[in-house]
Design a protein. Sequence first.
Length: 198
Amino acid sequence: MELPEPHPAPPTDLAQCPLAIAESAGPWIRSHAHGRGPLFFGRTGANRFDDPDRRYGVLYVAEDAYGAFIETFGRQLGERYVTTTRLEGRSLARVMVSRPLRLVDLTGPGLSQIGADGRLTTGRYDISQQWALALHQHPEQPDGLLYRSRHDPSQLCAAIFDRAADELTASPLGSLADPTNAALLADLLDAYGFSLIE
C-alpha cells in the first residue's frame, strides 16, 4: 500500500494567489492554562500554525466548547479519559471580536485554490508552519487561519495572528471541573466517549 507523501511546502508564487477569506464575527471559545490570561499569543514554535521563526504570536481558539475540549484533551490517541486534575489546570474563555476577523479558509475549496490539501491541517508541523508564515506574509494580510480540528473534523478552529490582538476581548467561563460547568462537561464526555477520573 502506497502511503501519502508529506504535504509540499508553499509554492513560491503564493503571494500572487487570491485567498479564500472567511469573515468571522465570533465569538470563539479558548481553552487556556489556568493562571495564564486567555489572550495569549504563543511564540513557542510548538503548535501547528506557529511562526517557525517565532517573530509573531498565534492564538488558538475553537468555534465552541466541543472543539476546545477535543483539541486540548484529545491529543493522546487511545487515551479515552480525562482527570479532574487536568480539567482544573485549564480554563475556558469566550473570545469576542470588535470587527469580523478575516481568516484564510482552509476548510474547503480554499485549500485547493492555494495548492494545498487536507494534509496541511493534519500532517507535519514543520510544513504547516511554513504555510502559516507564508499566509501571514501574504499581501492580503489576513487575521489568521480557519481550519478543521484534526481530532474532530466537524469542529472549526482558528489560529489568530497577533496583528489582530487589539480586536479581541475575553470573558472567563471557568474550568470544566467547576460545578457550574457540570452539565457541559457531561455532554463533552459523552460526545467523545471519555471517562472522568477523579
